[in-house]
Design a protein around this ligand. Structure first.
Ligand code: KG4
Ligand code: ZN
Length: 350
């Protein structure tokens, strides 16, 4: 089975061809750098850039895979969630391709796509497992029941982990997106140099809140500037990174134990972070959980994860007609398709 995967939910225009669920034939990612000077993604610029890039990125992906549109078995596209103007470019383009080729149009939820990056990196991994998806837009703990059945166990109440990394990085003067700059600076810093808050979230053990941490880091920098005090940004980066990583690992591993899972996974842009990977490795090892992480080049947004998830969706009969629309906000629970087999496996949750 050959599936084309199209991703345009934020600021990466990405297209890939994946064969037989997990074999990446090509993966082309065009990252928009125009947003750097604004310190964050400007939605209108993002949509216009997708519009300019999407055809050439698709042509490159097909050429690198050595296939034509006629060879495909389906066209998968991220339809939710994300920036609406960005999503609409990918969805409209995919519809056009589906119309001219007669191939099925396959809608993919972005978070399900990130979960699929794990299947591409671990050929033998099969659900069920507990997975954290931490990116610029999401910090969500998902019970992955099957390839198409999901249950959201925890989510952020305010900022995502990626946003927290990016806003702290901005306050330290790093370019956007700053997560990777914090990661680099942290390598030369002392993670115990600053004591930062770990917010409590009322009402749920597995929900996150990162806005308090973000504000305390910004205040700490502003206060020091007002007093003309120097802050060692390597130390602060290492402390922020450790704090975020510990919050993510603690809740994710605890949620896995609570639901009797022994396998934990992480995905999304933040799963590329060195400190996050190290703390998950350490904690999973000590507590007896098996850990799965995507290869670093599959952590961020890419078309391969959409094509992989699209393959599973097509197999499960999840396709769309010409009325498919983009959706800015949509819980993964709403696209979850539970088969009788899933219900038998985990009937406690239904
Ligand atoms: O998954 P992704 O590419 O896009 C979304 O779905 O949002 O994630 C992007 C986020 C950004 O916040 C970026 O700063 C963060 O992932 N990120 C990192 C690292 N690499 C990317 N954060 C911390 N450390 C990294 N090495
Ligand atoms: Zn993403």
């Amino acid at each position: 089975m050959l599936i084309l995967g199209i991703e345009s939910s934020c600021d990466d225009t990405a297209v890939s061809v994946v064969e037989d669920y997990r074999n990446i034939k090509s993966s082309v990612v065009s990252t928009q750098t125009e947003h750097e000077k604004y310190g964050g993604v400007v939605p209108e610029i993002a949509s216009r850039q997708h519009c300019e890039n999407i055809l050439s990125v698709t042509q490159k992906a097909l050429a690198q895979a050595g296939v034509t549109l006629n060879d495909l078995d389906g066209i998968a596209v991220t339809f939710a969630p994300g920036l609406i103007g960005s999503l609409l470019v990918g969805v409209s383009f995919a519809k056009g391709l589906s119309l001219v080729t007669g191939k099925p149009l396959i809608p993919v939820h972005h978070i399900a796509g990130h979960i699929s990056s794990l299947y591409l990196s671990h050929p033998d991994l099969e659900p069920p497992f507990m997975c954290l998806v931490a990116s610029g837009g999401h910090s969500t703990i998902v019970e992955v029941i099957s390839h198409t059945a999901f249950r959201v166990v925890g989510r952020t109440r305010d900022d995502s982990a990626g946003e927290c990394f990016d806003k702290c990085a901005r306050a330290m003067g790093f370019p956007y997106p700053g997560g990777a700059y914090i990661d680099k600076a942290a390598k030369d810093g002392d993670p115990s140099a600053f004591t930062l808050p770990k917010p409590k979230v009322a009402g749920s053990d597995f929900d996150f809140s990162f806005s308090g941490l973000k504000t305390s880091v910004i205040n700490l920098i502003h206060n020091a500037q007002q007093k003309n005090q120097e802050i060692n940004f390597n130390d602060l980066s290492a402390s922020v990174q450790k704090n975020i990583a510990e919050i993510l690992a603690e809740k994710t591993i605890r949620s896995a134990g609570y639901s009797a899972y022994t396998r934990v996974a992480i995905a999304g842009g933040v799963s590329a972070n060195t400190g996050v990977r190290e703390i998950f490795e350490r904690e999973c090892f000590h507590r007896g959980f098996e850990l799965f992480m995507p290869e670093k080049n599959l952590c961020g947004d890419n078309g391969a994860m959409i094509a992989c998830q699209g393959s599973y969706n097509l197999t499960a009969g999840i396709t769309a007609d010409e009325s498919l629309n983009a959706v800015a906000t949509l819980s993964l629970n709403e696209v979850s398709k539970r088969t009788d087999n899933d219900i038998k496996k985990k009937n406690i949750f239904f």
